[in-house]
Every structure is written in C-alpha cells, then in structure tokens.
Write a protein that binds this ligand. Structure first.
Ligand SMILES: NC(=O)c1ccc[n+]([C@@H]2O[C@H](COP(=O)([O-])OP(=O)(O)OC[C@H]3O[C@@H](n4cnc5c(N)ncnc54)[C@H](OP(=O)(O)O)[C@@H]3O)[C@@H](O)[C@H]2O)c1
Length: 248
C-alpha cells in the first residue's frame, strides 16, 4: 500500500478540479487527474508534473459506469487505497437559459434537461462514490468531498434576503440539492468510521462553467482542499464555503 496520500479528483483536467489537484499536489499528496478524455487528462497531469507534483491521469467519465469500476480496479492495484475522493465533475447545461439568456423557470424546464443534469450531477456522481468507497475505507482516514453549490441550498433559495433568491436555475440547482442530500446520508452511514464526508460551495469562480464568476480558481479550490485535508477531529456532514457553514 502506498505510504503517500492518494487523492482522486473527478473533472480535474480544467477549472476548479485542476486547481484543486495542484493545491493538493503541493501538499505532497499524489493526485489522480480524473478526466473523461484521455488527452486532456494526460495533458493536465503532465502540466502538474512540471510543477514538481506527483500527478497521474485516470479515466473517469461520469456518464460511463464502466469507467468507475475500471478506475477502482486500477487504483486498488496500484495504490491499495484512496485517501481522498473529490467529486468535482459536474455540468450546468446551456439549455437552462432561453434565447435572451434568462433562466428557464421551473414550470418550463424540460424533463430532458432535468434528466441529463441529474444523470451527471447526481446519479453518476453517486455511482463513482459507491465504486470508490471500498478503497476509501482502506485508507487510514478517508475524506470524501462533494462539489455542490450555494445554488443547491434550499435555505438560501427560500430566503428573500439571500443574494441568490432571484437567481434560480432549476435543473442545476436541484441536482446539487439532491447531491447535498446524498452527502448527509453518506456522512450518517459513515459517522462511526474515520471517513469524513462534506460538501463544498466553491464560491462564484471564474471557469468555463461560470465566465462571469467573481473569484479566481486559486480561491475557488480552497474549500475543496480544506475539506479534503480536515484533521482527525474535523467535522463531517457539513455544507461549507471557506470555513463557513451554509444552510441546506
Ligand atoms: N464555477 C463556479 O462558479 C461554481 C460554483 C458552484 C459550484 N461549482 C461546481 O464546481 C465543480 C467544478 O466546476 P468548474 O467551474 O470547474 O467547471 P468546468 O470548468 O466546466 O469544469 C467541469 C469539469 O467537469 C468535467 N465533466 C463534466 N461532465 C463530465 C462527465 N460526464 N464525466 C467526467 N467529467 C465531466 C469536465 O470535463 P470536460 O473537460 O471533459 O468537459 C471538466 O473537467 C462543478 O461540480 C460545479 O457544479 C462551480
């Protein structure tokens, strides 16, 4: 079994995932760059290696469950455990907006948009987690992080004083609410183990997904890194943004 900590970050070929891998790698953690496209994953891993980071590519296509099982097999054979799983990959479909760029409201969001968004952001993220959990159990102190969003918070969405009250993108928002629910249930199931399960709101981060974001990826990756490196007496089952707890 590897002596170093091993972290897998899904969707790590760009955006918040790549920066999360960089920040974890700088802490001497071996980072596995989950990517659905081999070329992009290998390129990202090679870039991190030039920065002195121990990085490798691993194929994870959320929407292809065969890659979840294959990744678990590969990591098991190579490292024998997985210390950190960051479920970072996700989608925010352009079809959530109308021709004028306004979000399509809940009454008109199509079944297809809901299903595609939920497939990636919820069902297939759960599948990756279930496939890799046996390896996380083998680590000394496993950490599982789910990239949620403040937009997944029902507490914020139902509060007229909240900054997101007037910004509702139904399929994306509710897929993250569902993911929050899964995290709470998994944290409960694992509460008597050393594994900590938490969800992160990274902030409004400038990436391909959010070109109008407010903070750079360096700051956007911080919450994921914090949750991935929580100490043994750290919390579990929380929804966090930069150390602050958010309402579910
Ligand atoms: N940016 C923000 O302001 C913000 C705010 C709140 C939450 N988040 C969450 O943070 C996470 C990262 O977002 P980001 O802003 O870094 O997005 P991004 O730049 O669009 O990157 C998304 C990553 O997810 C991967 N991905 C998408 N669908 C996938 C699939 N089916 N299988 C495997 N990988 C897939 C993409 O891979 P490809 O390159 O192959 O497409 C890419 O690596 C997401 O879960 C997002 O919902 C972001």
């Amino acid at each position: 079994m590897s002596q170093k900590k091993i972290a897998l970050i899904t969707g790590a070929n760009r955006g918040i995932g790549l920066e999360t891998a960089r920040q974890l790698g700088k802490r001497d953690i071996t980072v596995l760059i989950g990517s659905r496209t081999e070329e992009n994953g290998r390129e990202a891993a090679a870039g991190l290696k030039t920065e002195g980071i121990d990085a490798d590519y691993i194929k994870i296509d959320l929407d292809d469950p065969a890659t979840h099982a294959a990744a678990a097999k590969e990591i098991g054979e190579k490292y024998g455990k997985l210390d950190i799983l960051i479920n970072n990959a996700g989608v925010f479909l352009g079809e959530e907006f109308d021709a004028n760029g306004a979000p399509v409201p809940a009454s008109r969001t199509s079944q297809d948009t809901f299903r595609k968004t939920f497939d990636t952001n919820f069902f297939n993220t759960v599948s990756v987690t279930q496939a890799l959990l046996p390896l996380v159990r083998k680590a000394e102190e496993g950490r599982i992080v789910f990239l949620s969003s403040g937009l997944g918070s029902l507490g914020l969405h139902s509060d007229p004083k909240s900054p997101i009250y007037n910004y509702k993108v139904p399929a994306y928002d509710i897929s993250k609410t569902a993911l929050n629910g899964y995290a709470v249930h998994l944290a409960y199931e694992l509460k008597n183990t050393k594994i900590k399960v938490n969800t992160a709101h990274p902030g409004s981060v400038v990436t391909d997904m959010n070109k109008n974001g407010e903070i750079p990826v360096e700051e956007g990756a911080k919450t994921s890194v914090d949750l991935a490196t929580l100490p043994a007496d750290g919390y579990t089952g929380k929804f966090i943004h930069l150390g602050q707890e958010l309402p579910w």
